[in-house]
Design a binder for this molecule. Sequence first.
Ligand SMILES: Cc1ncc(COP(=O)(O)O)c(C=O)c1O
Length: 413
Amino acid sequence: MSRDLLAKFAPLIAEREKLKAFQPDPLDVTMEKVLSPTEAIVNGRRTILAGTNNYMAMTFDPDAIAAARAALDRFGTGTTGSRILNGTYALHRRLEETLARFYDRRHAMVFTTGYQANLGIISTLAGRGDYVVIDADSHASIYDACAMGQADVVRFRHNDPEDLAKRLRRLPEDAGKLVVVEGIYSMLGDRAPLRELVAATREFGAQILVDEAHSMGFCGEHGRGIAEELGVDKQVDFIVGTFSKSVGTVGGFCVSDHPYFEVLRFVCRPYMFTASSPPSVVASATVAIDKLARMGEERRALWRKVQRLHAGLKAMGFALGTETVESPIVAVCLPDQDKLFGMSAALLDEGVYVNVARPPATPKGMFLLRCSLGLGHTDEQVDAILEAFARAGRRLGLPVTGTPPCASAASNA
Ligand SMILES: Cc1ncc(COP(=O)(O)O)c(C=O)c1O
């Protein structure tokens, strides 16, 4: 008799059963109603959302919602086809023009998700006979793209330009080489030293792709991301991003000035062999990106809130993913899985939702409570998150020092 194909997951099933002891179950969180970008009803109670990547609070933007409604009425609920068949509407073209303008690039290509953008662009650029050189802490979509693309995969130490140079030096001079990094890393919230990474890439004649999924909207003068903030965006060959965070909807994209870029529409399988994004999604993304381009004070306001959360957690003695504020992602490091799930359940009980992140999704096998703040969070909500951490930490027997620092002290940090 053949082996049951699901039998290999028995250890995971057993672990999942064990984790059900933590109530409310952190891996089975259901938003019964979403009240705003920062609040939802979870397990029947009002809960502050402190882990939803909703950096620019765009999910409830009235203009984005109005555009989505109008598109629903005029174009229907879906395109029922691929971009290269019946799935290109005027709305998709307009979104691509808006993105190209936002990034000041000649070309933009939109995908149904950010995952597919990485899968498609990386696997198509770096194929058999090429090399793809990736940061060891890359997102799953980058790893999956490598598996799909059949290029030789070389990993370099996380955020280490010298290690990148060392590995590029060993590759055949005339081979195609694509370096792939992220602007901000989604788990710890740390930034890439992009100037140095770009310099190493250039020195060895390689091309570079930067995934700005967690930096679009609030990094750089125009909100383009870390490459813009560090003044190297024109030296980056391909920028990939997502609409599922700062843009507040779903979808992905790649922008570039490469003269041959448009050929990708006819060779990139995750673009060609799937239905295009629905009209309502495309319309709301277009409005949101236009608004992000015009923000300024809003970006500064977001950073102030993040300072407040980071300083508050640090003052209470929590170990954080980054020493200083590097992004709106503030990761709290816990010693083991039991503490991770215990804290997450206790926080939910206190009315605060954050992400649980554990191996293999985390770097160095860390157990993280991953908080992400957004423009929608009020100072009062940030303080409520801090107080919930203090109470939950004490319940779990963590060495929480003192009380959450008072708002004004933290906001002056
Ligand atoms: C760095 C990075 N790239 C790509 C993605 C995929 O984005 P999407 O949610 O649009 O599929 C994510 C999602 O979390 C991400 O963190």
